[in-house]
Design a protein around this ligand. Structure first.
Ligand code: GUN
Length: 172
């Protein structure tokens, strides 16, 4: 985990250090951090978080879908995909690795169905949900339209990003 900084210290970092430290707030999307670094100073953590959220809100539909597509499946086999450190931590915190075989298989089946229907993976903030909640949510969300799921997925990306920011910055 990164060092905890106050927002004042974040505002005073060089652009280079800021970009490195916040590289993966949005999974595999350094472009978000490149846009956010130019908005400093933030003065309040809330403004930093909002800058990332604004970046996501300003993307067109294709851009949002690409963000969702950059997320790994929850419960994906570790050797099949190289997970970022953040993703690995998130998967562990949802208890997916320790889930029983049946739950893992159900999750994989639902992930497959979800991706077949929507073309992008099911994204839910794994740090705020345990395996049983994730299974309930994916089953419900499979009933939605593609437009609804782009919206729901991006709202979850915002929650994931906020928690990743709070790992680095002290609340004020
Ligand atoms: N895919 C679905 N949910 C998550 C999550 O919380 N984190 C990451 N990295 N990938 C996901």
């Amino acid at each position: 985990m990164e060092k905890i900084l106050k927002i004042k210290q974040v505002d005073e970092l060089t652009d280079e250090k800021f970009t490195l430290l916040f590289l993966n707030i949005i999974e595999h999307c350094p472009e978000a951090t490149e846009a956010v670094v130019a908005k400093r100073p933030f003065f309040k953590v809330e403004n930093l978080i909002n800058s990332y959220w604004q970046y996501l809100d300003e993307l067109d539909e294709n851009g949002r879908i690409n963000i969702l597509k950059s997320h790994p499946d929850l419960g994906c086999k570790k050797d099949e995909i190289k997970l970022t450190n953040e993703s690995q931590f998130e998967q562990v915190s949802a208890g997916i690795e320790k889930a029983d075989k049946t739950d893992k298989e159900i999750l994989q089946d639902y992930n497959k169905l979800y991706k077949e229907k929507f073309t992008f993976p099911f994204v839910i903030c794994a740090r705020q949900n345990m395996v049983k909640d994730i299974l309930k949510a994916i089953k419900m969300r499979l009933k939605n339209s593609k437009i609804e799921e782009i919206k729901n997925g991006i709202e979850e990306v915002k929650k994931i990003g906020k928690l990743r920011i709070m790992d680095i910055v002290l609340s004020d």
